[in-house]
Design a protein around this ligand. Structure first.
Ligand code: HEC
Length: 403
């Protein structure tokens, strides 16, 4: 028998809608409380944006400033959870790798309001706008443990001049000791502004994997209404053209254009997706490349799995689906366009990972974890044992081979 909803039901339904509207409305009208990282070169941009959003909403602004540099230890991602739970409804200016989309576990991210990233900085006379356009044997300054270190492997025309800090890279550029530098856009912008030297250098977005970052506001699920109100204000500011002016020259309005795409996004692998070498989801079949050599043994991959779970899974997810760190399997990790070789990824593992304690594992541990990553990306096991030297030198292309 079909029942009509009783009038009471309808009333409850309407009351629920009203409550949602009032709550959302009051959250927006009363106060906008944001956390801003004062150590970030985008701090002034974030503050201007917060003021404009508050004005747009007609709310009072409350800013909680924090120091996100975290000293030598780095700033633990869990501190973002503490901020979002106790200090403010929105943590502004959080950069998310446009090719990875990882948000700190337990938090949500607003729709991106802008994007920025690593840029190629050259003296103003230079005609090169990309790494590929730099003359053969050009030295390019890069800061230790930053993403652009990855790009040398796919650009044999340039050579790395690695510095311990951005200040070092900037110094090399200033002294003309290098032809170019790869730096975080807000860093070079702030540097040029502080020296009134904007005309001496120009910079261009690096169209390389992991170079583009989307700027989002992080929030705890209890602050979803504040996040929705924020997104609406951002829309309004984007329409009036104000957003682009607020973000320049540190960032551009809107989300970054993808670099590594080509296949459908496979980011949030379905919960419980099998870890047995077959990845859930199959839209956009990648081309199957010709047969690849068997680089490792099954035993190595099995050991590697245990070591991965113990040392890496908390950031990359137990099925390599990505969390605080990017996904480590699938077409968004190892796409043909990204031109990774086994040696490039192995170099990231051994130099930068685990992110909390880089280089801390034994050689064998890294090798076995590499074997596990190869297995998970569809590479066959064989009778030959992968060695540290072998992985370090391997020019075998790393392209996801699942389907
Ligand atoms: C504390 C968190 C954390 C831990 C632990 C960690 N990683 Fe990462 N990892 C990251 C983050 C964040 C990035 C992105 C860094 C970047 O792009 O600059 C990353 C990047 C990577 C990349 C490069 C991915 C790409 O697409 O460029 C690889 C490979 C990697 N990690 C492997 C590992 C392995 C293997 C372990 C364990 C030995 C590990 N990571 C442990 C956070 C972590």
């Amino acid at each position: 028998m079909k029942k009509h909803p009783s009038p009471q039901h309808r009333w409850i339904w309407l009351a629920t809608i009203a409550a949602v509207l009032i709550y959302g409305g009051s959250a927006a009208a009363a106060e906008l409380s944001v956390c801003i990282d004062n150590s970030s070169p985008t701090a002034s941009m974030d503050a201007n944006l917060a003021r404009a959003v508050a004005a747009q909403q007609g709310s009072t602004l409350r800013v909680h400033a924090f120091n996100g540099s975290g000293g030598d230890e780095g700033f633990a991602l869990s501190k973002f959870n503490q901020l979002a739970e106790n200090r403010c409804s929105l943590v502004l200016g959080f950069p998310i790798d446009a090719d990875a989309h990882a948000v700190p576990p337990g938090l949500l991210a607003s729709t991106p309001y802008g994007h920025t990233g690593f840029v190629l900085v050259t003296p103003s006379g230079s005609r090169a706008e990309t790494l590929a356009e730099l003359p053969l044997h050009s030295d390019v300054a890069v800061t230790y443990q930053t993403t652009p270190n990855l790009y040398f492997a796919s650009h044999p025309n340039v050579e790395a001049d690695v510095h311990r800090s951005d200040a070092g890279s900037l110094h090399a550029l200033e002294k003309h000791a290098v032809s170019a530098a790869m730096l975080w856009q807000p860093t070079i912008v702030r540097y040029l502004a502080s020296r009134h030297e904007a005309s001496r250098f120009s910079y261009h977005e690096l169209r390389e994997p992991h170079a583009q970052f989307n700027l989002v506001a992080l929030y705890d699920s209890t602050n979803a209404p504040a996040a929705r109100a924020f997104e609406q204000s951002i829309d309004a500011l984007a329409h009036s053209g104000q957003l682009a002016r607020l973000l320049a020259p540190y960032a551009q309005a809107g989300a970054a254009l993808p670099v590594r795409r080509g296949t459908a996004m496979l980011r949030h692998a379905p919960r419980g997706a099998s870890s047995g070498g077959h990845c859930g989801g199959s839209a956009g079949k990648p081309r199957k490349p010709a047969a690849v050599p068997a680089l490792y043994t099954v035993v190595q991959a099995d050991n590697g799995k245990q070591k991965f779970l113990a040392n890496c899974a908390q950031c990359h997810g137990p099925t390599l689906e990505g969390r605080a760190g990017p996904a480590l399997k699938g077409p968004n990790f190892a796409s043909a366009q990204s031109k990774f070789h086994v040696s490039d990824i192995f170099s990231i593992l051994t130099h930068n990972m685990p992110a909390t304690d880089p280089g801390s594992l034994a050689h064998d541990d890294y090798v076995e974890i590499m074997a596990f990553l190869l297995q998970q990306n569809g590479y066959p096991a064989g009778s030959k044992t992968l060695t540290f030297e072998g992985a370090r030198r391997s020019k075998v292309k790393l392209v996801y081979r699942g389907d």
